[in-house]
Design a protein around this ligand. Structure first.
Ligand code: ADP
Length: 457
């Protein structure tokens, strides 16, 4: 939207008018920083009251100047009030500008202080009724923003300070105080009324906000519950399928053992049963690990030699190495500093990575296990010369139940649990895991473990 300023002959004046115009638009536009409805309402009220105060003080200033001119009253009589009014107005604009920033509360409080100070200064040296009117406005603004107790305190101080100062220091007749006390009671009653009305208003707004918040909380809870239920359904679906495949194989092998007479055939089926039961027990172990690792405090930390653990985990893939004629190279760093870790959990992680390295390798390929020391941490790298992982799958392979090739994973017994478990284990030790792969060439998993692992880090 374009704003047109009236054309003026002087460019300086035109510039000033444009600036004032921009300032005016900025001051009167709703402040986007203020989000809460009650604060938005207060900000609108603040602007209305400050505008009223400035207009009112302008009228008073004109009347004072008129008296100086018409009644030949010396200017000094009103000079302090005029200066106070001017300063008060300027300060009020500044305070309101502060109230438009994120420091809304500070700005609002500053506005009240400005009105109070202006009122008090304007009232000193005069008994004119406008001084009382100033006080009324000042305390009214206070009543809109302060707590009831603070309002009463501010009202008492601002109404009594001038007469008390006059009585004590300017030797005014103390009996005149009674007028001010009557005024004080009146203004306090008005302010109390304002406070009570505002309270009722705020309570209603608060009640509405609370109800909205409760509804939002219930909505989020419902979404979370639905997501959990969907994840559980998916988990049960996948896992039951992964259980069913080996069970079917076991069942048919058991049937064949019973019905074939050839001893060699029986032997083959017994081996198949053995393999499938091992696959089932691995699956159960993985599921238990997923649940157990949800609580990192369950880690049993102790000094662990990563080289020794890597060698131990490598033992478990010896049958796969033989059947696929894979070469295993251990390139372990000399005298590695032990890390604080859960030996059992870390062994599961290494084993999972080594099993994958064998499983997704080509016949006659190789697996390289490297360990190294880095500042404050130990690095373990497992590289295989297998099928690799496409770039598109890399960001997902640590997701629960994610499988690159479902058909192939099912055939090889993978349920998409291995890598998420490895990641959980490593992160529970405060470490990191990264993967890097070139399809049909190689895949490298790099684990970095801090020497002093803190559970839950
Ligand atoms: P799974 O139990 O199916 O192997 P993982 O979570 O261990 O599940 O692995 C997820 C997917 O990542 C697997 O389906 C597999 O395709 C891929 N993957 C894991 N490790 C390797 C690897 N060393 N080489 C190639 N692909 C791999």
């Amino acid at each position: 939207m374009k704003h047109h300023t009236p054309p003026t002959s002087s460019p300086l004046l035109a510039g000033i008018i444009r600036k004032i115009h921009i300032l005016f638009i900025w001051l009167t536009r709703p402040n986007p920083q203020i989000q809460r409805p009650e604060e938005r309402r207060q900000a609108r009220l603040l602007l209305t009251l400050l505008t009223a105060f400035i207009v009112f003080s302008g009228v008073v200033a004109i009347s004072l100047v008129a008296r100086v001119a018409l009644e030949s009253t010396p200017l000094e009589t009103f000079a302090s009030q005029l200066v106070a009014l001017l300063c008060g107005d300027i300060l009020l604009v500044i305070a309101y500008a502060v109230a438009r920033t994120p420091h809304y509360q500070i700005g609002a409080l500053l506005s009240i202080v400005c009105v109070m100070v202006t009122c008090i200064v304007a009232a000193i040296g005069t008994q004119e009724p406008f001084a009382l009117a100033f006080l009324s406005i000042g305390t009214l603004i206070g009543a809109l923003f302060l707590t009831p107790r603070m309002t009463i305190l501010v009202t008492i101080i601002s109404v009594l300070i001038t007469p008390v100062v006059k009585t004590l220091f300017l030797h005014r007749d103390w009996r005149l105080l009674s007028d001010e006390v009557i005024f004080l009671v009146g203004i306090s009653l008005i302010n109390l009324l304002v406070v009570t009305m505002r309270r009722a208003d705020l309570n209603q707004i608060e009640q509405q906000s609370r109800e909205l918040l409760d509804a939002e909380k219930r909505r989020v809870e419902l979404i979370v519950q639905n997501e959990r239920a969907a994840a559980l359904r998916m988990f049960i679906n996948n896992v039951s399928h992964d259980f069913r495949t080996p069970l079917t194989v076991i069942n048919s092998s058991a049937y064949l053992i019973k019905h074939v007479v050839d001893q060699r055939q029986q032997q083959i089926h017994a081996i198949i049963i053995e393999e499938q039961t091992a696959r089932l027990s691995n699956l159960i172990e993985d599921m238990i690990a997923v649940i157990r690792l949800d609580n990192p405090n369950e880690l049993n930390l102790q000094p662990v030699d990563i080289n020794q653990l890597a060698k131990q985990a490598a033992q478990t893939i010896v049958p796969a190495l033989t059947s696929k004629q894979l070469a295993l190279h251990l390139e372990l760093a000399d005298r590695l500093v032990p890390v604080q870790a859960d030996r059992y959990a870390l062994e599961i992680a290494f084993r999972e990575l080594l099993e994958n390295a064998a499983q997704y390798n080509r016949n006659g390929g190789s697996i390289i296990v490297q360990t190294a020391e880095a500042p404050g941490s130990i690095v373990l790298r497992i590289t295989d010369t297998g099928i690799g992982i496409d770039e598109g799958h890399l960001p997902h392979i640590f997701d629960l139940l994610y499988r690159v090739d479902k058909a192939r994973s099912t055939k090889t017994g993978g349920a998409g649990l291995g890598l998420p478990i490895v990641k959980k284990i490593i992160e529970a030790h405060g470490g990191t895991i990264a993967v890097e792969s070139v399809p049909d060439q190689h895949t490298t998993f790099t684990i970095t473990l801090p020497r002093r692992a803190a559970p839950g880090e």
